[in-house]
Ligand binder design. Sequence first.
Ligand code: UGA
Length: 432
Amino acid sequence: MSAGEREPVGVVGVGWVGLVTAACFASQGHEVWAMDVNAARIESLRGGELPFHEPGLGELIAEHAERLSFTTSMEELLAGSRLLFCCVDTPPTYSGDADLSRVRSVVDQLGGDSDHALVMKSTVPSGTGQSIRRNLPDLSYVSCPEFLKEGSAVDDFLHPDRVVIGADAGDEWAADAVACLYEPLGGELVRTDVASAEMIKLASNAFLATKISFINEIANVCEEVGADVTEVSRGMGLDERIGNKFLEAGIGYGGSCFPKDVSALKQLAGNSGYHFQLLNSVIEVNELQKRRVIGKLTKHLGPLVGKRIALLGLSFKANTDDMREASSLVLSARLQGEGAAVAAYDPVASTGAAGMLPSVELATSAEEALAGADAAILVTEWPEFAELDWKALATTMKRPVLVDGRNFLDPAQMRAAGYTYEGIGRGVPAGG
Ligand code: UGA
């Protein structure tokens, strides 16, 4: 590729990572071919319809539509581009290992082609790249893990902290071509070998999950000793060695990545003969954290049989309609198991949630969910929940008990508005 010339890009899989990758490269002036085996999804993308909610993505696709081609044909993809970004999902199997069947199917379709490079963005265990390279020695292979977050994916892609590019001997041309694509975005380019690049991804997600489980345990201790975890994390986060990100206590992490990647790393270590003890605790703390909310409710309501509990928010975090591993799924099941009736409202996830929560009453507004409720749990930190007229809403509830699972609202204001307010890790100091 000569200076100024733009490399056409191929993307396999138009899920979150694939579609964001395709749209963002198109926005940088590249021709992009995006391929998926799901014909219905490709058809609706051609018609400008997005398969999920992601801020800014629809606009970006519409703006750069002339450079974006959607196809179900691998031949078309191969003819259009040398660099094929593999963005298929790698969900967990029953054992917690990553399921690589979709990755394998992509590799099988590529064969041992020496004109193309497979650029792996899907999260795969360390060793995957080397094994693909062993089986198909002519195919060039680059590991380029994705670090974008749902809800801010476009911005994360266009303004990366770092871009990790792993390649082994013989594949330098492909690594250089990938580096050319990312250079204009800024962010440090980390050039390394394939196995280390794969490990950077898993270790980063596992470390962030560990940070969350750590602060959640600190929150639980804060409740015992009358400290406020939001003050504690503010004080801790100012230490540059610790940093203030991912130190927000809550009802546990969810989503399609942290739960999957923590268990994938644990399994990867186990399969290679190392018992990764710390990760067992990270997982266990996260599971228990979701369930602690039930104790907070029974403290105020007694047994939950026959009580109506309102869930505010269903998605695993704000700005996404993704319900995968969302705390709301565990919570609603536990509440119903205790005999409570559950009503829920989410600004964007309700439609998709209907099939997953058949026995939950899905309200069309927060007001509707809260009316007549014995208690409410704020599950997702949607900005619109800060704007509610909480004082007026307290009078519509049977009992104004609120468990703020994200420490999103101001405890003093909520108490002044008439609520029995419980946050996470916000112990009341002695005499307070
Ligand atoms: C995560 C990583 O942050 C991305 O860097 C990575 O690319 C992505 O996984 C992936 O592997 O694809 P994501 O799952 O979209 O991104 O969401 P996060 O914003 O990281 O949040 C994960 C969970 O942690 C959410 O349930 C969130 O509510 C929770 N969380 C986050 C906390 O409980 N406390 C915090 O301080 C931060």
